[in-house]
Design a protein around this ligand. Structure first.
Ligand code: NAP
Ligand code: MG
Length: 476
């Protein structure tokens, strides 16, 4: 049984109800989490406020940084333990689960070093005056976290908020939970109430968090539709919101590209976490001149991909749950009905339990730009290829969705690299690479329906603070 973690104490929810936690690899229930409600959010907010007004306020930036660093070290020493939880909870193959735990440690390391480097400015003003700005924390930040990368998103969101001097109330997705990380924070000395975890359904406890008057800022990572709901609830009391939403990110391959470098990155960009990645490179735009040979090469690579239980550590694990599997099936049956050709498909290994939520990675070609497969987030291992002729068409196709999160451009032409980076509407553009190394240092977020928040990197700290301007009149 898992409990809420409020004021550094494990607590049952006030409803007395729990939710089953299912292992996506076999579809079996293996644990229970608390099904919390507004009363539990209220308890967490009170604990956070108490912390903010006492121990947290007295901690100077250097000490705050040391605390974050101690948590980073603790997480680094606990990679296997955390990876095992994440593997069971989310169906991540062992190597991917480990990589997430390593990234979590890296976020706390990065933000530990940033705590005492966040500062305001002095501004020129009238003669006889001095003006300065302070970067102040919002106070209590609320964090709504999705199931696809719980540890990584906790690291970038909660790590940044704490570094900027906030205290946190966190609502993980019901499919996954971050309770152990919060316990570790308490173990390394985080004061009571600095990090509070409240689990339950989004429409119950997530909604209660978005509405609570004691929450001073909300960081939401998830789907565009829920992002709208959160923003509407927060708008009632003018609470600032950071939105990190979905994507339909293009990988754009020109004829002069280094395909030896591009092919593995294109494949990893869609199979990582079984395609359940906001920044998945799910659209493949290919120069007509190399369309056939590149599809042939990718097809052979797709056929070699294997899907199986997370503990088997294959190329892909299962999808998170049955409804997600059904969603992918619906997209694929639409492709079939629309006569969209399938180039290749990987395979689900025999030992994968029938009760798990498996989906073979699939490469489709000639997907019409207005088809829902080219427009909507599948959130599964489905790559949609289409040809283009010339840079203008490549840009037009790249920008032809409601999303704008990430783009990959593969070309040896330096001037074209710059032109493409300028003309693509997205928060990140990778030239001859695609998200290598996790990019903890790189500001991340989107435009259009991908949201407008910027998390990761130093930039995130600006969003987790508010600027106060102080003007002194002292005479000359
Ligand atoms: P989701 O359904 O929007 O859920 C995200 C979180 O919001 C979960 O914790 C969920 O809780 C909660 N939630 C649901 N309804 C809510 C409500 N009415 N009020 C408050 N909170 C509510 O998204 P998902 O299906 O879990 O995750 C996939 C989506 O997230 C995709 O669109 C993906 O692209 C996006 N994503 C974006 C990024 C990024 O950084 N841009 C990163 C990862 C994922 P429960 O699920 O527990 O009910
Ligand atoms: Mg959900």
């Amino acid at each position: 049984m898992q409990y809420n973690f409020i004021a550094n104490i494990s607590q049952v929810s006030s409803s007395g109800l729990t939710l089953a936690v299912v292992d996506p690899s076999d579809g079996q229930v293996f644990d229970q989490i608390q099904r919390s409600n507004a009363a539990d959010i209220d308890a967490a907010v009170r604990a956070a406020r108490q912390c903010l007004d006492t121990a947290w306020r007295q901690l100077d930036a250097v000490e705050r940084g040391r605390l974050l660093m101690r948590l980073s070290v603790k997480i680094s020493a606990s990679v296997e333990e955390l990876a095992a939880i994440e593997q069971r909870d989310c169906g991540k193959p062992t190597r991917q689960a480990r990589a997430d735990a390593v990234a979590l440690a890296r976020y706390f390391e990065f933000y530990a070093g940033a705590c005492d480097k966040l500062h305001g400015d002095t501004l020129p003003y009238l003669e006889g005056y001095s003006v300065l700005t302070w970067r102040e924390p919002h106070g209590i930040t609320g964090h709504v976290i999705p199931w696809n990368y719980p540890m990584q998103i906790f690291g970038r969101s909660v790590g940044g908020a704490l570094a900027a001097g906030n205290v946190c109330v966190v609502k993980p997705a019901e499919d996954a939970s971050l309770i152990r990380v919060a316990q570790m924070a308490a173990e390394v000395g985080f004061p009571t109430g600095a990090i509070n975890i409240v689990t339950g359904y989004g429409h119950e406890v997530g909604d209660a968090l978005a509405r609570h008057p004691g929450i001073d800022h909300i960081s939401f990572t998830g789907s565009p539709s829920v992002g709208t709901l959160i923003q509407q609830a927060a708008a009632e009391r003018h609470c600032p919101v950071t939105l990190e939403l979905g994507g339909k990110s293009p990988q754009i391959v020109f004829a002069d590209a280094d395909l030896d470098a591009a092919v593995p990155a294109i494949i990893n960009g869609i199979v990582q976490n079984a395609g359940q990645t906001c920044s998945a490179g799910s659209r493949l735009l290919v120069d007509q001149a190399i369309y056939e040979p590149l599809l042939e090469r990718l097809g052979a690579a797709f056929e070699a991909l294997r899907v199986g239980p997370a503990s088997s550590d294959l190329d892909l694990g299962p999808l998170i749950r049955q409804s997600q599997q059904q969603r992918v099936w619906d997209f694929l049956s639409d492709a079939h009905a629309g006569n969209i050709p399938m180039v290749a498909q990987g395979s689900v290994v025999e030992e994968a339990p029938q009760s798990g939520f498996y989906q073979a990675p699939t490469l489709l070609r000639d997907v019409p730009v207005n088809h829902r497969l080219a427009q909507e987030e599948v959130f599964g291992p489905v790559l949609c290829a289409m040809p283009f002729q010339g840079e203008d068409q490549a840009v037009a196709l790249a920008n032809a969705t409601q999303f704008g999160l990430v783009a990959g451009v593969w070309t040896a032409d330096g001037a074209r690299q710059f032109r493409m980076a300028r003309r693509i509407r997205s928060g990140q553009v990778f030239i001859n690479n695609y998200g290598a190394g996790g990019g903890v240092e790189l500001p991340f977020g989107g435009v259009k329906s991908s949201g407008y928040g910027r998390e990761k990197g130093f930039e995130a700290l600006l969003g987790f603070t508010t600027l106060k301007t102080v003007a002194f009149r002292h005479g000359s």
